[in-house]
Design a protein around this ligand. Structure first.
Ligand SMILES: *[C@@H]1O[C@H](CO)[C@@H](O)[C@H](O)[C@H]1NC(C)=O
Ligand SMILES: *[C@@H]1O[C@H](CO)[C@@H](O)[C@H](O)[C@H]1NC(C)=O
Length: 642
């Protein structure tokens, strides 16, 4: 700006000088800059250019400054001979004057704020008269970086309050402070936006400026950023800097509250713990309270926890917020449903007795707040779906326990059940898979456990009897379809046992025919001294529904009866005859073999190798416990060869 001004003024100055020249007396043409701008402490140069017919030799040049009283004070003078700096002026030590052709330059070092004044270059010519030029010296000092301080306490909406204060120190000329909200400069607006600016002149003569912003706070201001911009002049330019951003805490009342069930997130069932939460959208201190509309009491909390809820806790919950500022109340509601599933109830009764061939119908229901699903199970298997169980033409097989399971599909694990006992009337019948008569062989002296089971209702009573024995007492118990009984009997001789079942509708029986048998126990042995081996047959007794118990303490090889000792004698004789026969056949073999061996060298070699008197006996056991007889000298013979 300054530069442009100087240029535009130049022709005007020249005209003025020319006008003077053509005037009453001739004038010297003097040209100076309008203003010279310089930083505080720097060196300033003011150039004075003149044109005169006399040249530098015929002119004298003087420099003046204009004081506060607008009076000219000389600081230097110069003629063709020499240049003199005047003594005892503020510039005595700080100036110098240099001439180059038709220009003279005044140099002022260490420029002070007081130097901001007008300087005059006066040129006197011997023939052309007098001319002068005036230059303003402008001094600048860039201020320190500006600072900002915001208010830290929260401000309520609509309050007219101080927002913050900015300060910029040590500038020259005076810097300006402009407040911004976000990127918009704030303008003075009575009762809405006000600035309070204070300018301090420091002892150095520099300016410090503080500017305080006060304004009516709106809710949007909670997110706004405030800052100051400082503008200041420097030589030939205008500069600006910004402070950091600040924000303010704005207290605003709630305009809405929100209430919801925080947990569980799924459907609520009886026994659950629930957490109801309430929030308000304001940030001013306010009192929140939650209550069930059914109740009169409310809790001044933002989170309500209800433990082990029941259907009584269902209902509409209200959250209300009372603003502490204007005492306005705002409310919000949420519905809470506590779901339930009551005990399953079977109608008409939990125990039903029907005759065979009749139909049965039972209904199972459980009261619930949600849709339920019902299934009927028998022995863990699904037999029917839905509330109703229909059994057509009842048979004994249909008797038993039917469990109805009522579940709520929408809520995992929510189910209940009840059991229906179904009895089918009729006389006792032997349990399916069992036989009316059982034959069995039991070793004498052993104890056998017998068991029988019957279907029938009313539950048959079971007794044991035998034509051979008295005082038979079994262990009876009720089963799902009837009853069963077990008895332990020690077998000393052949016997017949009756398991008798009876109820109001009739009776039935199961008969056990037990044959007492005696067994000879021989042990299988491998001998190395004789050429004989023994074949043993082991009998395994397997009787349906009977278990044979061996009494280890009592040796079974001590039969007391006459019959048994006769048998032993006969057996011994038979064995002896057998042994003789075997011996005979062996001898015959050896005889025949001796002849063959005599003619075979190979056989001799083998004979020598295996040893003359060695007898090898090998036992092979399979299911029939068949023994293979091996010949003398290791020659194997199949059993058929014997
Ligand atoms: C306000 O300023 C502080 C620190 O400068 C910052 O943590 C906070 O997020 C700001 N708040 C807003 C609303 O800008
Ligand atoms: C400061 O403001 C005043 C008044 O509006 C203006 O004249 C001056 O030029 C401004 N200064 C700067 C450095 O912007």
């Amino acid at each position: 700006m300054a530069g442009r001004d100087t240029h535009s003024l130049l022709p005007a100055g020249l005209l003025l000088v020319l006008f003077h020249t053509w005037g009453a007396w001739a004038a010297v043409e003097v040209v100076v800059e309008d203003k010279v701008e310089v930083y505080l402490g720097d060196t300033a140069q003011i150039t004075c250019t003149f044109t005169s017919d006399d040249g530098i030799g015929g002119t004298s040049i003087q420099w003046f400054y204009v004081d506060k009283l607008k009076e000219k004070q000389r600081i230097s003078s110069q003629d063709s001979m020499m240049t003199r700096v005047d003594k005892d002026t503020p510039y005595t030590d700080r100036i110098s004057v240099n001439s180059t052709g038709a220009s003279v330059v005044l140099t002022i070092s260490d420029v002070q704020l007081q130097d901001e004044r007008e300087f005059i270059c006066l040129v006197k010519s011997l023939t052309d008269g007098v001319g002068e030029g005036r230059t303003r010296l402008l001094v600048y000092a860039a201020p320190n970086h500006p600072t900002i301080e915001g208010v830290h306490t929260g401000i309520s909406v609509h309050e007219f309050s101080k927002i913050g204060s900015c300060e910029v120190r040590n500038g020259y000329p005076r810097p300006n402070i402009t407040w911004y909200r976000d990127s918009t400069p704030l303008r003075h607006d009575p009762d809405v936006v006000e600035f309070n600016s204070q300018i301090t002149t420091e002892s150095s003569g520099l300016y410090s400026v503080t500017n305080e912003l006060r304004m009516e706070v709106k809710k949007e201001d909670k997110d706004a950023q405030f800052y100051c911009e400082v503008t200041y002049f420097v030589p030939k330019d205008t500069m600006m800097t910004e402070t950091r951003r600040i924000n303010i805490t704005v207290f605003y009342p709630s305009t809405a509250v929100d209430i919801w069930v925080e947990s569980p997130t799924d459907k609520i069932k009886e026994g659950d713990s629930i957490k109801i939460h309430c929030t308000a959208n304001g940030n001013m201190p306010s009192v929140l309270s939650i209550r069930n509309l059914k109740d009169d009491e409310s809790s001044d909390v933002s989170t309500l926890v209800l433990k082990d809820v029941t259907r009584q806790n269902s209902g509409t919950y209200e959250c209300s917020s009372m603003d502490t500022d204007n005492f306005e109340e705002i409310t919000s509601y949420t519905n809470v449903s506590v779901h339930f599933l009551d005990e399953a109830v079977i109608t008409p009764t939990k125990t039903m007795t029907h005759s065979q061939g009749e139909d049965l119908r039972a209904v199972c229901n459980a009261l619930s707040s949600l849709r339920t699903h019902t299934t009927w199970l028998k022995n863990g298997k699904e037999v029917s779906r839905g509330h109703t169980l229909n059994l057509k033409k009842m048979t004994y097989d249909m008797a038993g326990q039917y469990v109805c399971v009522v579940s709520v599909p929408e809520i995992q694990g929510m189910q209940t059940n009840s059991t229906l006992h179904v009895h089918v009337k009729g006389s006792p019948v032997i349990m399916e898979g069992d036989m009316a008569e059982a034959e069995m062989e039991v070793e004498t002296g052993k104890t056998v456990e017998l068991k029988c089971s019957f279907r029938g209702y009313p539950v048959p009573s079971i007794t044991w009897s035998s034509p051979d024995r008295k005082d038979l007492v079994g262990q009876s118990e009720q089963t799902q379809q009837g009853a069963q009984s077990t008895i332990s009997v020690k077998v000393s001789s052949d016997m017949t046992l009756h398991c008798n079942a009876a109820n109001d509708h009739g009776k039935s029986a199961k008969i056990f025919n037990i044959k007492a048998i005696s067994t000879i126990h021989t042990t299988t042995s491998a001998t190395t001294t004789t050429t004989t081996t023994t074949t043993t047959t082991t009998t395994t007794t397997s009787i349906s529904n009977a278990t044979v118990q061996t009494e280890a303490s009592k040796p079974t090889s001590q039969p007391a009866s006459k019959k048994e000792s006769n048998g032993v004698i006969i057996a011994v004789i038979i064995i002896c005859i057998l042994l003789l026969a075997i011996l005979g056949s062996v001898l015959y073999f050896l005889y025949k073999k001796g002849k063959i061996c005599g003619r075979s060298g190979k056989q001799d070699f083998n004979k020598g190798k295996s040893g003359k008197d060695n007898v090898v006996v090998e036992m092979k056991s399979d299911k029939t416990e068949e023994a293979i007889l091996l010949g003398v000298n290791g020659e194997k013979q199949s059993p058929g060869d014997q």
